[in-house]
Design a binder for this molecule. Sequence first.
Ligand code: ASP
Ligand code: MG
Length: 471
Amino acid sequence: MDTLIMKFGGSTVGTTSALTQVLSIILEEHERWKRLLVVVSALEGVTDALIEAARLAQLGNRRGYRRIAATLRTRHMALAENLPLGATERAVLQADIDRLLFDMLDTCQALADRRLNEDYEHPEHYEAIVGVGERLSARIVAALLRQNDLRGVAIDATDLIVTDNVYGNATVNIPLTRERILAHLQPMLDRQITPVITGFIGSTVGGHPTTLGRGGSDYTASVLAACTNAKEVWVWTDVDGMMTTDPREVAEARKIPSLSYDEVAELAYFGARVLHPRMVGPLRERDIPLRVRNVFKPREQGTLINREGERDRVAVKAVTSIAGLGLSARRRGPLAGITRLVDDILFRTTGSHTEVMISSQTSGESFVCFVIPTTAGPDALHTLRQALEDELPETPEAGVWTARPVTVVTAIGNRLDQLNGLTARLFASLNDIRILAVAQGPSNCTLSFVTEPGDAEKLLLQIHNFILNSD
Ligand code: ASP
Ligand code: MG
């Protein structure tokens, strides 16, 4: 009864050529595995567009969100038009696309209307709008499967994935979700149906729609794996696997063949834009291996992530960079007050906690660096900084705090706590860079450097060269 979960990212479902690859991968794995669950993201760029539409609706800009809906309609219709589908399958798909986008416009309208009548936020309207992208792509992939004699059925995860009510960055309640999966999904799997499930979205116990934070489809895949006792999870993307650094920024980036859960959790946490940070937990707890693979190179194995990683190799394997906020004050003493304040503000404005904090003090100065999780969204740093400017305490006891953007560049690897010459060589390889603070993470697989944003690229490249040269 082996179950495989395959998640297809936005870059793999957005074009006819990528979808042809996706189809042949699903057809092949369908032969091999007893049960197959497919999870899909929205087409690349669609979630960004939907977030913009929801924002415009909140501002009452009807013309703005209508224009976005029209562009999304054209794009999805064109894809449906170009896919090798029979006339009936195509007509049903196009009707679905129309209906979903009409509903989305209705919700935008409701959001814009409410704005005028009440002074009240409607996070569930916002979430319903932002989650439409996955509902569209699931229908496209399911139609393609049916056209090729698989029993593909698009499923909205709002009926399956139960979350808390942290809108925009919700966490899944696994026991409740498992109950729903046993009741609704299991019978389909028993009937040889291949469910195509929307990533990224869920709903509260009360039925309000939620989203799981940017890149949340990975997290959906991992929750489904945990709830179905899956044998493996494969995340399909358009890069070769987990890379030594972001290949969009550094062309020399190389694939890492294997990693441990801890290393991957740190990579995601410290800004690698490959996997959702909260996807690792449910897999690690149940020892479910994860592979990250390239849809355009289906014969290659990608990166394997499991408990072992490469337990004995002492190495720096990857380097990431993430935006942070550095706070400093001419004072010393407890930092609890300031960290609580920052965390409260971030949570209030983005639904995320800061989680990572690097701090250091000298006789007369304090420095605290907050890392803003990627799931908090691209504007979080800006929002936090603005809110802080109004709220930073300026009392004699609390000190005068000033905030400025910093970048945290993190080297990730195995057993970085053991001073065996590796870390010494790493430090020795860094040149001409002003480091504001350094921290070794308690998981023993991270070494973070806080630096000025202007120095970050250079620092990252120096660490990356170190990785390439130490193989
Ligand atoms: N479509 C969502 C996003 O862009 C979720 C995902 O891609 O996993 O964040
Ligand atoms: Mg993604």
